[in-house]
Each structure stands twice: as C-alpha cells, then as structure tokens.
Design a protein around this ligand. Structure first.
Ligand SMILES: [Cu+2]
Length: 282
C-alpha cells in the first residue's frame, strides 16, 4: 500500500468514525485512549488512567531515558577514561528504595479505593443475572418474573445496517437497561469460563461455572453500548457479543411489559434446575 493511500484511509476513518461515535458506542479505527465513559465507574477508571497513571509513567520514562543518555555521554570510555571505584552510596541506595515505594503508595491508595467502589453496590435497585454459554449469553431479569432470554450474534449476512446493526457486535435479543439506576449484575457460566465485559460501563468480570460473581453499573446516558466475551472460551469466542440498550426509566417499564409477553414461556436462559422448580410450581 502506498503511503498516500494509507494516510488517506486513516484520515477517512478518522472523519467517518468521529461522526459514527455519536450514534453508538464502538471502538473506532485509529482510536487512542479508553472508550468514552457512560457510567461513574468508567469515569473513575478513565481519570485514574489518564490523570494519574499517565503522569507517573511519562515522568518515569523521561527520567530514566534522560539518565541513560547522560550516562552514555558523560561516562563513556572516551569522556571518562578513569572510571570511579565507588561500589556503595548510602543516600543513593535509600533514594532508589524509598522513591519507588512512595510512587507505589501514590498509585495504590486511589487504586484500592476504586476497586472497592467497583466491587458491589449496597442497595441495588434491580438485578440482572448473566450466564455465559458456549457461545452466547443468557439474561435473567430477576425483579421481573418471566423476563429471561438468550442472546445470539446476528450473522454477518443478516446484518441490516439501516437498523444500525453492526457486524460482530449486534445481537438478536438486546439487553435493555434503565439509566440512572443502580443495577446489580450477577455473572456465572454454564460451561467454561467466559468474561462479561462492556468497556463504556467499566466492568469486566469472569463468568465462572459454579460460581456467582458480582459487579454493578449505573448508566449515565441513553444509547447502545457493545461488549464482547473477554476470556478465550473456545472456537466461537469472538462471536458472542453483548449489546445493551440504555433507555429512560419510563421506556424501560414499557419494555418490561412487552418483554413479559415476548419472552413468556422462554425458559431457555434458565438452568435445568430452575426449569424443574418452575414446572413443579405450576
Ligand atoms: Cu465466552
């Protein structure tokens, strides 16, 4: 590829992706940095990365590079034919032990604070249970009886771009969630280890068979958000995306009413044990 074509393509994708970014949350070609935050969780992660880690990393790189250049120029064989015989320097040794400790503490304190914040929410307003399968996701709205469904990738040949569907990201059944609501998310798996990840919300949790992991989210703004399984789980690992539509609380209520009818008798997202219990109750 010639240089001109390359830069032309880069420019095109930049202009194209900038306009596309408003419609839905996807990774853009040539994008730098983290995905735009759509939750207080992701806002904190972005702050931590952009405004703390980045400064620390840049300062260390500049300092070490400067030191290496200085040593190479000042102490090479020509400039310094008689090397020093010094083997110990107490102040220097204290400095290179204490300084990294201070740097690590500066990173660790906000890091631990954030870990606890991301871990769980005290009083969730609703709960979504997610189950990973080879190779699709199952969703149960535990506060709304009967709203459970499976969610599969839409095949490439069936993608309808006029509906805003995206290759490798759009699913047949979309997870609808309300904004401004503390949502508890319980994550498990029915076969192998998967990972439930939506970058704009700032969570990535393993879905482990026989274990229930927990996280939470509070979505800031309406929109469509995408995620993918992030734990290599088999041959179709790349084909089990997550599509979330965040809507207002009123729209969510209306959706629940519709979903109750649409997914009635759909017990496919439930485990055989849950189905047995349900059928026993009836
Ligand atoms: Cu998976």
């Amino acid at each position: 590829m010639t240089k001109i074509t390359y830069w032309g393509m880069a420019l095109f994708s930049l202009i194209f992706s900038a306009s596309e970014a408003i419609a839905a949350d996807v990774a853009r070609p040539t994008q730098l940095g983290l995905r735009e935050a759509a939750s207080p969780q992701m806002e904190r992660i972005t702050w931590f990365h952009d405004h703390l880690l980045m400064y620390v990393i840049v300062a260390i790189v500049v300092f070490v590079t400067g030191l290496m250049i200085w040593v190479a120029i000042r102490y090479n064989q020509k400039a310094n034919p008689e090397p020093s015989k010094t083997t110990h320097h107490v102040m220097l040794e204290i400095a290179w032990t204490v300084l990294p400790i201070i740097i690590l503490i500066v990173i660790a304190v906000p890091s631990f604070k954030m870990l606890y914040y991301l871990d769980r929410v005290e009083e969730p307003e609703m709960t979504l249970k997610v189950t990973g399968y080879q190779w699709y996701w199952g969703y149960e709205y535990q506060d709304y009886e009967g709203v459970n469904f499976l969610s599969y990738l839409i095949d490439e040949e069936d993608i309808d771009e006029s509906k805003g569907q995206k290759r490798l990201l759009s699913t047949d059944n979309v997870v609808v969630l309300p904004i401004d609501t503390n949502i508890q998310i319980l994550i498990t798996s029915a076969d192998v280890i998967h990972a439930f990840t939506v970058p704009a919300f700032g969570f990535k949790k393993d879905a482990v068979p026989g274990r229930l992991n927990e996280t939470w989210v509070r979505i800031d703004k309406p929109g469509t958000y995408y995620g993918q399984c992030s734990q290599i789980c088999g041959i179709k690992h790349a084909y089990m995306p997550i599509e979330v539509r965040a809507v207002s609380k009123e729209e969510f209520k209306a959706w629940v009413e519709k979903a109750k009818e649409e997914y009635a008798n759909d017990n496919t997202a439930l485990s055989p044990m849950q189905v047995a219990v349900l059928e026993g109750v009836k």
